[in-house]
Design a protein around this ligand. Structure first.
Ligand SMILES: [Zn+2]
Length: 509
């Protein structure tokens, strides 16, 4: 029997020849596009659903797969950690990005996650390009794609924010680009290349910012239709540069002249990002060669607008409605040049955001401000108790960073200092829990939150005492608008959608 089969094989090969045998290739997507919508709460998928058009968020929801209960599994819930976690698949304890900033316990100085003094800006004379991913300790999915294809896959990172472009693109991408406010142009660093690609220069030279600001910022729908937001002039909304009231229409050219960074707070920051992403697809011919390429995009204006106006502002609703339309345009472009079903998109967020304190107060919800003189209050206790000064380097990421060199040289009991700090924190208004990070298993904090603390604690880059505010409470620097950082679902429940290549329609329960 065996022999017969063998003979048939020989005959077949002889007749048709090896080349005639069906060529087995593994099917792969031509392009993977990872979109991170900065500060997008999960509920925004449905809050504005009726006003979304069919090609953007609705296309993701109606044809893709939605993981409805996606929760961050670490704190602090901030941009750099969110992006590092999405793309490495691990947490700050392992990937090392323990905050946007943290305090270096050796030098006592604040460190920005992607700062790199050894590299230079490419594309402008500002210092905004002195950045690299060298503090990211783990590989990203984009790194792994490059490794798996012997670096034939192209990987590109794009964002207005340096960190949200650099961290997703990993250690060895084809390129990573972000916006230089000083010039309104996309730049990169010598970590990646010595000169901007020609298509980037062409894009920058076409003055896209001027074109986007030409028609001002009026609500895209009649103002009466923004019934998912509060009145247009609420006292807890912050002000766009140059304006005296948080009310449309805004004089966007004046705002931009006064402060180039204000572009980030307008919907046009997202439009610019997606236009640049489209130029990257064209410039690098992404998804148009044999190997799978990967494009990471962060839409950051949702975060800047959210911080400034708060989640319930008409401005924020308008930013989402316009992003929806920009996404539709971008997907339609990918359909055209890469092909419908040939590319795979995922869309998620790095974190959510709390409601504004004033909004919560006005509606009798639990809220308040914490953090008033927090460092001073702890220092007063420690100085008295341990009969010395300067034991604390600072507070960041809702963590207390200690002067370990001084504590060692004075031969003080570090555990006792941490215990005293925890005790003091628990007496402060708005603080619900505080814990010694080196002793989290023994801390009386609900298990799920304790696990988020452990995942978020990097022993070299996190403060040694962590604290949690009461639900709905914001740090005292967020008097207008909002912020994020905590474990609560408003900061950690995020969208996660897949669409395109081999993705069935559906959702988790
Ligand atoms: Zn933010």
């Amino acid at each position: 029997m065996k022999k017969t089969i063998f003979s048939i094989f020989i005959i077949t090969v002889t007749i048709f020849g090896i080349s005639a045998a069906p060529k087995k290739t593994i099917e792969r997507p031509k392009l993977v596009v990872g979109i991170v919508v900065d500060q997008m709460r999960w509920d925004y998928l449905y809050r504005y659903y009726d006003k979304y058009e069919k090609g953007g968020f609705k296309r993701l929801l109606k044809t893709g797969f939605s993981c409805e209960n996606t929760m961050l599994n670490y704190i602090p819930s901030v941009t750099a950690i969110g992006h590092s976690t999405i793309f490495t698949g691990t947490v700050p304890a392992i990937h090392g990005i323990a905050g946007n900033n943290w305090i270096d316990t050796d030098t006592g100085k604040s460190i920005y996650c992607t700062d790199d003094s050894t590299v230079n800006t490419v594309g402008s004379t500002s210092t905004a390009g002195k950045m690299s991913p060298r503090r990211l300790l783990a590989t990203t999915i984009t790194d792994e794609l490059r490794l798996a294809t012997n670096f034939q896959s192209k990987v590109i990172g794009i964002s207005l924010k340096d960190r949200a472009s650099i961290l997703p693109a990993g250690h060895n991408p084809t390129g990573a680009f972000w916006l230089d406010d000083a010039t309104g142009k996309f730049i990169t660093s010598t970590y990646y290349m010595e000169n901007l690609p020609e298509w980037v220069t062409r894009f920058n030279d076409s003055k896209p910012v001027d074109k986007l600001l030409a028609n001002g910022w009026n609500p895209i729908l009649p103002i009466t239709e923004y019934d998912n937001s509060t009145a247009d002039d609420s006292p807890w909304e912050g002000l766009l540069s140059g304006s005296t009231k948080p009310v449309s229409p805004y004089d966007v050219k004046k705002a931009y002249e006064l402060n180039h960074g204000s572009l980030r707070q307008m919907p046009f920051g997202n439009s610019l990002t997606l236009q640049f992403a489209q130029a990257a697809v064209d410039g690098y011919k992404l998804g148009q060669k044999s190997s799978t390429d990967f494009l990471t995009i962060n839409c950051a204006s949702t975060d800047y607008a959210g911080h400034l106006f708060g989640p319930n502002a008409i401005e924020v609703e308008d930013v989402y409605l316009r992003l929806d339309r920009d996404l539709a345009t971008f997907f339609a472009y990918l359909d055209k040049v890469v092909g419908k079903g040939k590319y795979l998109v995922f869309l998620t967020a790095d974190h959510g955001a709390a409601h504004a304190e004033g909004f919560m107060e006005a509606h009798k919800m639990p809220t308040g401000f914490f953090g008033m003189n927090l460092q001073q209050n702890i220092e007063n206790v420690l100085n008295k108790q341990f009969n010395t000064t300067n034991l604390i380097l600072g507070i960041d990421n809702y963590q207390v960073f200690f002067n370990k060199h001084r504590i060692d040289s004075l031969r003080l009991d570090f555990s006792a200092i941490k215990a005293e700090t925890v005790k003091t924190l628990l007496t402060q208004p708005g603080i619900q829990y505080a814990a010694d990070q080196d002793n989290l298993p023994d801390t009386a904090v609900p298990m799920v939150i304790r696990e988020m603390m452990v995942n978020g604690y990097n022993r070299l880059r996190s403060g040694s005492v962590v604290f949690l505010p009461l639900p709905g409470w914001l740090p005292d620097y967020s008097k207008k608008g909002t912020t994020h950082s905590v474990w609560n679902p408003y900061d950690t429940h995020i969208p996660l959608l897949f669409m395109g290549w081999n993705i069935p329609h559906g959702s988790t329960g």
